[in-house]
Design a protein around this ligand. Structure first.
Ligand code: G3H
Length: 318
């Protein structure tokens, strides 16, 4: 079985039969949020796992080479060296999974990482992020340019107009073209679930994205009014599981947008473990898209190691 999801033909008939049971989804999400998360050293181990799955992100209008550089430095050394040393984890090569930036900032990230001799992946959002409301030609061009500049992962956004009007064939065709433009570069497909109206649409959009060859499906851009939520995640990971059972291909999952606390990262890891199993608990199949989560995780690790909470100046943040 190939490592990457090659996609399948579009199964419109299967899609037309899908109806998601809202109450069941909400109940399952509630149950998962109520599960106990690990404590003490086990919690710290889970937090380090969460760190290794973070796509450390900056997607702001005022991004500059210098703040992208700081982001890269933080991604390479996400937790203070002395804290890692106290836990005997200093030589485990812990980094975040990737850095994630706008297409125009890819060159800055590539330059900073290269200067630091790091092979950390650079992910670029693309295809008219966040709204996806630019002509297809422009969106494809953006993918080509980000790949040319050195991005090794591309986070595309879907065309919500097509999803909301049930034009699944057109959506499938666009995503296929993005996948082709990506070439060997891994493609994450952002559904912007906060814009999709209901769970049935979210399940269908997840399936279409996977059938079109996405390596990951991702909840949100971080710019919608509602971003990553646990009920939406249940719907998407069930689609991933169904797709795996049908095709044998494992597609990754990336919740993103509004994930800020260490506690939330533990719930996300629990959700993945419960719904998809341990195989998915690795950066190849699970990412947390976040701009400020790492700060809280490092703070919790500091507390575990020192027994005290860090002052603001003690933990240099991305
Ligand atoms: O893809 C990542 C998101 O844009 C990050 O969102 P956030 O700034 O709410 O963490």
């Amino acid at each position: 079985m190939s490592a990457r999801n090659p996609g399948t033909v579009l199964d419109l008939e299967g899609l037309s039969k899908v109806t998601v049971n809202t109450q069941a989804v909400l109940k399952r999400a509630q149950h998962i949020q109520g599960l106990k998360v690990p404590k003490r050293q086990w919690q710290t181990a889970w937090l380090l796992k969460a760190v290794s799955c973070i796509d450390l992100t900056t997607l702001a209008g005022d991004d500059t080479p210098s703040n992208v550089h700081r982001l890269c430095v933080k991604a390479i050394q996400p937790v203070r060296y002395d804290l890692l040393k106290k836990m005997d984890m200093h030589d485990k090569g812990i980094t975040t999974a990737a850095v994630c930036v706008y297409p125009s900032r890819v060159v800055d990230a590539v330059r900073s990482l290269k200067a630091a001799n790091s092979s950390l992946p650079v992910a670029s959002v693309a295809t008219g992020f966040p709204a996806g409301q630019t002509p297809l030609e422009t969106r494809l061009q953006e993918v080509h340019m980000a790949v040319r500049d050195g991005a090794t992962e591309i986070d595309i956004v879907i065309n919500r107009t097509l999803a909301l009007t049930g034009q699944w064939e057109a959506m499938y065709s666009e995503i296929r073209q993005f996948r082709e433009a990506c070439g060997d570069t891994h493609m994450k497909t952002i559904l912007a679930t906060g814009d999709l109206g209901n769970f049935t649409n979210i399940y269908k959009a997840s399936m279409v994205a996977m059938m079109a060859g996405s390596d990951f499906i991702k909840t949100s851009t971080g710019k919608e009014a509602v971003n990553a939520t646990y009920p939406v995640a249940i719907v998407m990971v069930r689609a991933i599981r169904d797709y795996f059972l049908r095709t044998g291909h494992k597609v990754g999952f990336k919740p993103a947008g509004g994930i800020r606390t260490a506690q939330e990262s533990l719930v996300w890891l629990t959700l993945i473990k419960e719904e998809l199993g341990n195989d998915w608990l690795c950066p190849r199949l699970f990412r947390l898209g976040a701009s400020s989560l790492l700060a809280d995780i490092e703070r919790q690790i500091y507390h575990y190691v020192t027994g005290q909470y860090a002052a603001y100046n003690e933990l240099p943040m991305a």
